[in-house]
Write a protein that binds this ligand. Structure first.
Ligand code: ADP
Length: 378
C-alpha cells in the first residue's frame, strides 16, 4: 500500500471544522508540524489554551479522519497551545490537565494502573535539568531490571529529545498487529515506545505542554504493552509545569531522580523531589551520575564535581541514596551506540552498579526477587 501523502492528509483535514471559528482547521491555520513517515502521521492542532479541554472532540475527529485514510498506519494528533513557554517547555497546567479527559486518574503511591492494566509498577526517571545522564541511566536501569528476569517496558516520555531508539539500538517503525494499537518495539528483551519511532530524531520538536501530555497518553493507552512487571519512564528533563502535569497524570509507583554532584549543589535535584512530593508520588531515591572520574590513562580517580554531595544531600532531604555512577567514556560510547553497558559488558563494574540500583528500585516498588536469564549482546 502506498504511503499517504501530505496533500491527502491536508485535504481530509480540510473537512474538519473548528467549532469556534466555523472554519476548517487547515484554513484556520491550526494544523502545525505535520509529519509523515512511512504511514505514521503526527501533527499538532494549535488551540487557544483556555479552550483546550473542550477541544478534545476536535482532536479525536481529526485523528480518526486521518487514521481512516488509506496508507495510514498510525495517527498521532495532539493539541498544542502556542504561547511563550516558561523555561522553554511549560504549558498552562489547567489546559494540559483539561485535555486529558480523565483517562489517567492519578493514583497516589502505586497499584495496578487502570490505563495499563497489565503493568505492575511504573517508575519515572527524572532530573532537575537536561544533560545529567537521565536517559542513559533510565536505559541501563531498565536493562538491569530485565537482567534480573523481570518483564520490562521502557517508555520514552522525553519527547523534546527522544533518545531511546538510538540508545536501545532500535530502528524502524512500530507495526500494528491488531490494526488499531501499535505494537511496542523490542530489543534486548525490553519493550520500548518512543515518539522517536514516529518522527525523525532531528525533527525540531515544536511540541509544548498539552501536546506532550496527549502524546504520552497515547503511548500508554494506544500501544500493546502486554504484561509487564515494571515500566520505566524516561521523563522530560526539568521540573516545569509540563513535567508536573505528567507526574500527576501517569499512575506512578515512584520516581528516581538522577543528578550530577554539581547539579546537587545547584539544588536542581531538590526541585525534582519537591515536584513529586507535590503530586504524592513517592521518591524512591537519588542517583548520582558522573559522580567521579576514573582516568583511563593513569587509573587515578578524580572527583571533578565534588563527589559525595548527593549522598549527603539525599540524607538531608530524607531521600534514599541509590548509588553512584562514574563518569566514564565507556558508558557514553555504549549508550550512544545502542549497546548500553548493562548488556554489552554485563560483568563490568558499571553494569553491576546499574543492576544493584535496579534491584533496589525493584525492592522498593514491592517486587519479588526473581532469578531470570541474563541478556547478553552477542
Ligand atoms: P539527559 O537524558 O539527562 O539529557 P543523556 O542520558 O542523554 O542525558 O546523557 C547526555 C550525554 O552524557 C550522553 O552522550 C551520554 O552518553 C553521556 N553520559 C551519561 N551518563 C554518563 C556517564 N556516567 N559517563 C559518561 N557519559 C555519560
Amino acid at each position: 500500500m502506498a504511503a499517504v501523502s501530505e496533500e491527502q492528509i491536508l485535504k481530509t483535514l480540510g473537512e474538519v471544522i473548528d467549532p469556534d471559528s466555523g472554519k476548517d482547521i487547515v484554513s484556520a491555520g491550526m494544523v502545525k508540524g505535520l509529519q509523515t513517515k512511512e504511514g505514521h502521521v503526527a501533527f499538532a492542532i494549535e488551540v487557544d489554551p483556555a479552550k483546550g479541554a473542550g477541544l478534545e472532540p476536535l482532536r479525536k475527529e481529526a485523528e480518526e479522519a486521518v487514521f481512516d485514510l488509506a496508507g495510514v498506519v498510525s495517527a498521532t494528533v495532539v493539541l498544542t497551545a502556542d504561547r511563550p513557554a516558561s523555561g522553554g517547555q511549560a504549558a498552562p497546567p489547567q489546559a494540559a490537565q483539561g485535555i486529558q479527559g480523565g483517562a489517567l486518574g492519578h493514583q497516589p503511591n502505586h497499584g495496578a494502573p487502570e490505563v495499563l492494566p497489565g503493568v505492575n509498577a511504573i517508575v519515572a526517571v527524572a532530573s532537575g535539568k537536561g544533560g545529567v545522564g537521565k536517559s542513559t541511566t533510565a536505559v541501563n536501569l531498565a536493562l538491569g531490571l530485565a537482567a534480573g528476569g523481570r518483564k520490562v517496558g521502557l517508555l520514552d516520555a522525553d519527547i523534546y529529545g527522544p533518545s531511546m531508539p538510538r540508545m536501545m539500538g532500535i530502528t524502524g517503525q512500530p507495526n500494528s498487529s491488531d490494526g488499531s494499537n501499535l505494537d511496542a518495539m523490542e530489543n534486548y528483551g525490553i519493550k520500548v515506545m518512543s515518539m522517536g519511532f514516529l518522527v525523525e530524531e532531528d525533527t525540531p520538536m515544536i511540541w509544548r505542554g498539552p501536546m506532550v501530555q496527549s502524546a504520552l497518553e497515547q503511548m500508554m493507552r494506544d500501544v500493546n504493552w502486554g504484561e509487564l512487571d515494571i515500566m520505566v519512564i524516561d521523563m522530560p528533563p526539568g521540573t516545569g509545569d509540563a513535567q508536573l502535569t505528567m507526574a500527576q497524570r501517569v499512575p506512578l509507583s515512584g520516581a528516581v531522580i538522577v543528578s550530577t554532584p554539581q547539579d546537587i549543589a545547584l539544588l536542581d535535584a531538590r526541585k525534582g523531589l519537591n515536584m513529586f512530593r507535590k503530586v504524592d508520588v513517592p521518591v524512591l531515591g537519588l542517583i548520582e551520575n558522573m559522580s567521579y572520574f576514573n582516568c583511563p590513562h593513569c587509573g587515578e580517580r578524580s572527583e571533578i564535581f565534588s563527589h559525595g554531595g548527593a549522598r549527603k544531600e539525599a540524607d538531608r532531604l530524607g531521600m534514599d541514596f541509590l548509588g553512584e555512577i562514574p563518569l566514564d567514556m565507556i558508558i557514553r560510547e555504549t549508550s550512544d551506540s545502542g549497546k548500553p553497558i548493562v548488556v554489552s559488558d554485563p560483568e563490568s563494574e558499571h553494569a553491576k552498579v546499574y543492576r544493584a540500583i535496579a534491584d533496589k528500585i525493584w525492592d522498593k516498588v514491592g517486587g519479588e526477587q526473581t532469578a531470570g536469564p541474563k541478556i547478553v549482546v552477542q
